[in-house]
Design a protein. Structure first.
Length: 249
């Protein structure tokens, strides 16, 4: 097969939001020909069914602050298998360069002298917008697009002390922007209150999408004023906020 996975190479591959139909052709070819697959927890079972039956699949996900393996452990697995001459697909949900810890893995591979390739995937924001038939930008409502996450690396003790005194959001985002919040956590009411306190209009439309692009997808349209924790479906959730978003009826 042309463009098959090569021995000793690590591929940082985007698995998209969950629907295997949204994978790139390159991603499918690598899954079908690689020796080792290291998938995140958010990679769907349907995507993994495309893997070669002979591939070794080692889940390396981190969910809800309870990692199955440390980031250093993931680096060690990539280096071990690539160093032994195996082709490795590090399979990340969405796009590997959007909140996927790619910078840390690129640094580890570069330091070890391991050749790697990055295969982009459809990030969740684009899949959600397509499923909702809602543009993220609009000439009359949103000329800017902001990606943010409410999830951060574990702070040191000193940083933790500062974190307790520092609001999560510093200033309102522009009125003519769409804000996309990855990994928003479960305290949606607090998140909405922080945004409103920073100057964002409480009547700004927002939509929370759970398990986007899968058969279990749930959509909740509301405003920041009415966003409630118990109205949003289970993780993973993506939160879109802004006047380009179609408001609830």
């Amino acid at each position: 097969m042309t463009n098959a996975a090569h021995a000793g190479v690590v591929y940082l591959v985007g698995a998209g939001p969950g629907d295997p139909e949204l994978l790139t052709v390159r991603a499918v070819r690598l899954l079908q020909t690689c020796d080792v697959i290291l998938p995140d927890d958010l990679v769907s079972d349907e995507v993994l069914t495309l893997a070669s039956p002979s591939a070794l699949v080692v889940p390396v996900g981190k969910r809800c602050g309870q990692p199955r393996i440390t980031q250093a452990g993931i680096h060690a697995l990539m280096l071990e298998h690539a160093g032994a001459g195996r082709s490795v697909v590090r399979l990340k949900s969405g796009d590997p360069l959007v909140f996927g810890r790619a910078s840390e893995e690129i640094a580890a591979l570069t330091e070890a002298g391991i050749f790697f390739e990055i295969v982009p995937g459809i990030t969740a924001a684009f899949a959600v917008a397509a499923a909702l038939k809602t543009p993220l930008t609009d000439r009359g409502a949103a000329s800017k697009l902001i990606f943010a996450t409410a999830h951060h690396a574990a702070p040191t003790t000193d940083a933790l002390a500062k974190l307790e005194l520092t609001p999560k959001w510093q200033g309102a985002f522009p009125h003519d922007a769409t804000l996309v919040v990855y990994m928003p956590g479960r305290n949606f009411r607090l998140l909405a209150d922080e945004l409103v306190a920073s100057g964002v209009d409480a009547q700004t439309p927002c939509v929370a999408v759970s398990k986007a692009s899968t058969p279990s997808e749930q959509v909740h349209r509301t405003t920041l004023a009415l966003l409630a924790d118990d109205s949003v479906g289970p993780a993973p959730v993506l939160l879109l906020i802004g006047y380009a978003i179609q408001p609830a009826n």
